[in-house]
Design a protein around this ligand. Sequence first.
Ligand code: PLP
Length: 238
Amino acid sequence: MTMIAAHIQTVRARIETACLAAGRAPGTVKLLAVSKTFGADAVVQAIATGQTAFGENYIAEAVEKMTAVRESLLALSLISPIEWHCIGPIQSNKTRLVAENFDWAQSVDRLKIAQRLSEQRPPHLHPLNICLQVNVDGGVNKSGVEPDAVLGLAQAVAKLPNLRLRGLMCIPENAPDFIAALAVFTVAKDLFNKINHEGLSLDTLSMGMSADLEAAIHAGSTIVRVGSAIFGDRHSVT
Ligand SMILES: *Cc1c(COP(=O)(O)O)cnc(C)c1O
Protein backbone atom coordinates (compact mmCIF):
# COMPACT_ATOMS: atom_id res chain seq x y z
CA MET A 1 0.00 0.00 0.00
CA THR A 2 1.28 3.50 -0.76
CA MET A 3 1.62 6.06 2.00
CA ILE A 4 -1.18 8.08 0.45
CA ALA A 5 -3.44 5.02 0.43
CA ALA A 6 -2.65 4.36 4.10
CA HIS A 7 -3.33 7.97 5.01
CA ILE A 8 -6.67 7.95 3.21
CA GLN A 9 -7.65 4.83 5.13
CA THR A 10 -6.76 6.55 8.40
CA VAL A 11 -8.72 9.68 7.50
CA ARG A 12 -11.75 7.62 6.46
CA ALA A 13 -11.59 5.84 9.82
CA ARG A 14 -11.46 9.21 11.63
CA ILE A 15 -14.52 10.38 9.69
CA GLU A 16 -16.41 7.21 10.53
CA THR A 17 -15.52 7.39 14.22
CA ALA A 18 -16.54 11.07 14.36
CA CYS A 19 -19.86 10.31 12.65
CA LEU A 20 -20.65 7.50 15.07
CA ALA A 21 -19.70 9.70 18.04
CA ALA A 22 -22.03 12.40 16.72
CA GLY A 23 -24.87 9.95 16.06
CA ARG A 24 -24.62 10.44 12.30
CA ALA A 25 -24.50 7.89 9.49
CA PRO A 26 -20.92 7.63 8.15
CA GLY A 27 -22.13 8.02 4.59
CA THR A 28 -23.31 11.58 5.30
CA VAL A 29 -19.82 13.11 5.22
CA LYS A 30 -17.84 13.34 2.02
CA LEU A 31 -14.05 13.41 2.00
CA LEU A 32 -12.54 16.07 -0.26
CA ALA A 33 -8.83 15.36 -0.78
CA VAL A 34 -7.02 18.70 -0.97
CA SER A 35 -4.21 18.13 -3.45
CA LYS A 36 -2.90 21.71 -3.80
CA THR A 37 0.88 21.83 -4.35
CA PHE A 38 0.98 18.05 -4.95
CA GLY A 39 1.37 16.64 -8.42
CA ALA A 40 -0.83 14.55 -10.66
CA ASP A 41 0.95 11.38 -9.47
CA ALA A 42 -0.29 11.97 -5.91
CA VAL A 43 -3.84 12.51 -7.18
CA VAL A 44 -3.69 9.32 -9.24
CA GLN A 45 -2.51 7.36 -6.19
CA ALA A 46 -5.52 8.66 -4.29
CA ILE A 47 -7.86 7.80 -7.16
CA ALA A 48 -6.49 4.26 -7.13
CA THR A 49 -7.84 3.92 -3.55
CA GLY A 50 -11.31 4.97 -4.68
CA GLN A 51 -11.05 8.65 -3.81
CA THR A 52 -13.06 10.72 -6.31
CA ALA A 53 -13.32 14.30 -4.99
CA PHE A 54 -10.35 16.68 -5.07
CA GLY A 55 -9.93 20.25 -3.87
CA GLU A 56 -7.54 22.76 -5.38
CA ASN A 57 -6.67 26.34 -4.39
CA TYR A 58 -4.48 27.58 -7.23
CA ILE A 59 -6.65 27.67 -10.30
CA ALA A 60 -4.13 27.67 -13.15
CA GLU A 61 -2.05 24.96 -11.44
CA ALA A 62 -5.20 22.90 -10.94
CA VAL A 63 -6.26 23.05 -14.58
CA GLU A 64 -2.84 21.78 -15.70
CA LYS A 65 -3.06 19.01 -13.12
CA MET A 66 -6.50 17.96 -14.39
CA THR A 67 -5.05 17.32 -17.85
CA ALA A 68 -2.10 15.41 -16.44
CA VAL A 69 -4.42 13.29 -14.27
CA ARG A 70 -6.67 12.48 -17.23
CA GLU A 71 -3.65 11.40 -19.26
CA SER A 72 -2.28 9.20 -16.46
CA LEU A 73 -5.64 7.54 -15.94
CA LEU A 74 -5.89 6.80 -19.65
CA ALA A 75 -2.38 5.35 -19.67
CA LEU A 76 -3.31 3.15 -16.69
CA SER A 77 -6.72 2.24 -18.17
CA LEU A 78 -8.16 3.44 -14.88
CA ILE A 79 -11.72 4.67 -15.24
CA SER A 80 -13.07 6.77 -12.40
CA PRO A 81 -15.51 9.62 -12.05
CA ILE A 82 -13.59 12.60 -10.68
CA GLU A 83 -14.98 15.74 -9.14
CA TRP A 84 -12.84 18.91 -8.89
CA HIS A 85 -13.66 21.54 -6.28
CA CYS A 86 -12.20 25.04 -6.36
CA ILE A 87 -11.54 26.03 -2.73
CA GLY A 88 -9.15 28.97 -3.19
CA PRO A 89 -9.77 32.68 -3.74
CA ILE A 90 -11.39 33.40 -7.12
CA GLN A 91 -10.39 36.67 -8.80
CA SER A 92 -12.47 38.03 -11.69
CA ASN A 93 -9.81 37.13 -14.23
CA LYS A 94 -9.94 33.46 -13.14
CA THR A 95 -13.69 32.88 -13.28
CA ARG A 96 -13.61 31.53 -16.84
CA LEU A 97 -11.04 28.86 -15.95
CA VAL A 98 -13.17 27.86 -12.97
CA ALA A 99 -16.43 27.84 -14.95
CA GLU A 100 -14.93 25.73 -17.73
CA ASN A 101 -12.99 23.21 -15.66
CA PHE A 102 -14.39 22.66 -12.17
CA ASP A 103 -17.46 20.82 -10.89
CA TRP A 104 -17.74 22.89 -7.73
CA ALA A 105 -16.68 26.37 -6.62
CA GLN A 106 -16.74 26.46 -2.81
CA SER A 107 -15.07 29.82 -2.30
CA VAL A 108 -17.63 32.26 -3.73
CA ASP A 109 -18.07 35.33 -1.54
CA ARG A 110 -19.27 38.05 -3.94
CA LEU A 111 -22.23 38.28 -6.29
CA LYS A 112 -20.05 39.60 -9.10
CA ILE A 113 -17.96 36.42 -9.08
CA ALA A 114 -21.08 34.25 -9.04
CA GLN A 115 -22.56 36.19 -11.98
CA ARG A 116 -19.40 35.71 -14.03
CA LEU A 117 -19.29 31.99 -13.20
CA SER A 118 -22.91 31.62 -14.34
CA GLU A 119 -22.31 33.56 -17.58
CA GLN A 120 -19.14 31.63 -18.36
CA ARG A 121 -20.34 28.13 -17.49
CA PRO A 122 -20.38 26.20 -20.79
CA PRO A 123 -23.91 25.07 -21.70
CA HIS A 124 -22.92 21.42 -22.25
CA LEU A 125 -21.79 21.06 -18.62
CA HIS A 126 -24.02 20.52 -15.57
CA PRO A 127 -24.69 23.66 -13.55
CA LEU A 128 -21.64 24.59 -11.47
CA ASN A 129 -22.17 23.60 -7.82
CA ILE A 130 -21.62 26.56 -5.51
CA CYS A 131 -20.85 27.05 -1.84
CA LEU A 132 -20.67 30.52 -0.34
CA GLN A 133 -17.59 31.06 1.77
CA VAL A 134 -18.54 32.61 5.09
CA ASN A 135 -16.21 34.45 7.45
CA VAL A 136 -17.66 32.78 10.55
CA ASP A 137 -15.09 33.85 13.10
CA GLY A 138 -14.58 37.44 11.98
CA GLY A 139 -10.98 36.92 10.88
CA VAL A 140 -10.00 40.35 9.51
CA ASN A 141 -7.74 39.24 6.68
CA LYS A 142 -9.94 36.40 5.61
CA SER A 143 -12.04 36.24 2.54
CA GLY A 144 -15.61 35.20 3.02
CA VAL A 145 -18.92 37.00 3.21
CA GLU A 146 -19.90 38.36 6.63
CA PRO A 147 -22.53 36.24 8.41
CA ASP A 148 -25.21 38.94 8.30
CA ALA A 149 -24.85 39.24 4.52
CA VAL A 150 -24.98 35.52 3.68
CA LEU A 151 -28.74 35.18 3.33
CA GLY A 152 -28.96 38.04 0.83
CA LEU A 153 -26.07 36.67 -1.22
CA ALA A 154 -27.59 33.17 -1.14
CA GLN A 155 -30.93 34.47 -2.42
CA ALA A 156 -29.21 36.31 -5.28
CA VAL A 157 -26.93 33.41 -6.24
CA ALA A 158 -29.82 30.93 -6.18
CA LYS A 159 -31.41 32.87 -9.05
CA LEU A 160 -28.45 32.55 -11.41
CA PRO A 161 -29.20 30.09 -14.21
CA ASN A 162 -26.03 28.06 -14.66
CA LEU A 163 -25.21 27.62 -11.01
CA ARG A 164 -26.62 25.32 -8.39
CA LEU A 165 -26.34 26.77 -4.90
CA ARG A 166 -25.43 23.85 -2.62
CA GLY A 167 -24.36 25.37 0.66
CA LEU A 168 -21.78 27.12 2.78
CA MET A 169 -18.05 26.75 3.29
CA CYS A 170 -15.86 28.14 6.06
CA ILE A 171 -12.19 28.17 7.04
CA PRO A 172 -12.02 29.31 10.68
CA GLU A 173 -8.72 30.00 12.45
CA ASN A 174 -7.27 27.05 14.33
CA ALA A 175 -9.16 26.77 17.58
CA PRO A 176 -7.32 25.85 20.79
CA ASP A 177 -9.50 22.82 21.51
CA PHE A 178 -12.51 20.77 20.48
CA ILE A 179 -15.04 22.86 22.40
CA ALA A 180 -13.81 26.12 20.87
CA ALA A 181 -13.76 24.61 17.37
CA LEU A 182 -17.26 23.22 17.87
CA ALA A 183 -18.56 26.67 18.87
CA VAL A 184 -17.25 28.26 15.65
CA PHE A 185 -18.50 25.46 13.40
CA THR A 186 -21.89 25.72 15.08
CA VAL A 187 -22.13 29.34 13.93
CA ALA A 188 -21.88 28.03 10.35
CA LYS A 189 -24.44 25.30 11.01
CA ASP A 190 -26.88 27.86 12.46
CA LEU A 191 -26.49 30.05 9.37
CA PHE A 192 -27.06 27.02 7.16
CA ASN A 193 -30.29 26.23 9.05
CA LYS A 194 -31.42 29.84 8.89
CA ILE A 195 -30.98 29.97 5.11
CA ASN A 196 -32.91 26.73 4.71
CA HIS A 197 -35.72 28.12 6.86
CA GLU A 198 -35.97 30.94 4.33
CA GLY A 199 -36.82 28.37 1.68
CA LEU A 200 -33.50 27.70 -0.02
CA SER A 201 -32.63 24.02 0.02
CA LEU A 202 -28.97 23.84 0.87
CA ASP A 203 -27.54 20.35 1.32
CA THR A 204 -23.85 21.07 1.82
CA LEU A 205 -21.83 22.39 4.73
CA SER A 206 -18.13 22.28 3.86
CA MET A 207 -16.02 22.59 7.00
CA GLY A 208 -13.31 20.74 8.84
CA MET A 209 -9.70 20.09 7.78
CA SER A 210 -6.90 17.76 8.89
CA ALA A 211 -6.71 19.20 12.40
CA ASP A 212 -10.36 19.77 13.24
CA LEU A 213 -12.57 17.46 11.18
CA GLU A 214 -14.00 15.77 14.30
CA ALA A 215 -15.43 19.02 15.67
CA ALA A 216 -16.75 19.98 12.23
CA ILE A 217 -18.53 16.65 11.84
CA HIS A 218 -19.99 17.02 15.30
CA ALA A 219 -21.42 20.40 14.26
CA GLY A 220 -22.96 19.02 11.06
CA SER A 221 -20.32 19.21 8.32
CA THR A 222 -21.14 17.28 5.13
CA ILE A 223 -17.78 17.80 3.37
CA VAL A 224 -14.42 17.73 5.14
CA ARG A 225 -11.48 19.15 3.17
CA VAL A 226 -8.33 17.25 4.08
CA GLY A 227 -4.88 17.97 2.69
CA SER A 228 -1.85 17.34 4.90
CA ALA A 229 -3.31 14.29 6.67
CA ILE A 230 -3.50 12.62 3.24
CA PHE A 231 -0.64 14.00 1.16
CA GLY A 232 1.81 15.10 3.88
CA ASP A 233 3.19 18.53 4.64
CA ARG A 234 3.11 21.10 1.91
CA HIS A 235 6.53 22.55 1.19
CA SER A 236 6.49 25.97 -0.36
CA VAL A 237 3.08 27.42 -1.02
CA THR A 238 3.06 30.09 -3.68
C1 PLP B 1 -5.24 23.79 2.30
C2 PLP B 1 -6.69 23.82 2.57
C3 PLP B 1 -7.34 22.75 3.22
C4 PLP B 1 -6.61 21.53 3.74
O1 PLP B 1 -5.89 21.87 4.88
P1 PLP B 1 -5.12 20.74 5.73
O2 PLP B 1 -4.91 21.39 7.04
O3 PLP B 1 -3.86 20.46 4.98
O4 PLP B 1 -6.00 19.55 5.81
C5 PLP B 1 -8.71 22.82 3.37
N1 PLP B 1 -9.43 23.88 2.93
C6 PLP B 1 -8.84 24.92 2.33
C7 PLP B 1 -9.69 26.05 1.86
C8 PLP B 1 -7.47 24.93 2.14
O5 PLP B 1 -6.90 25.99 1.56
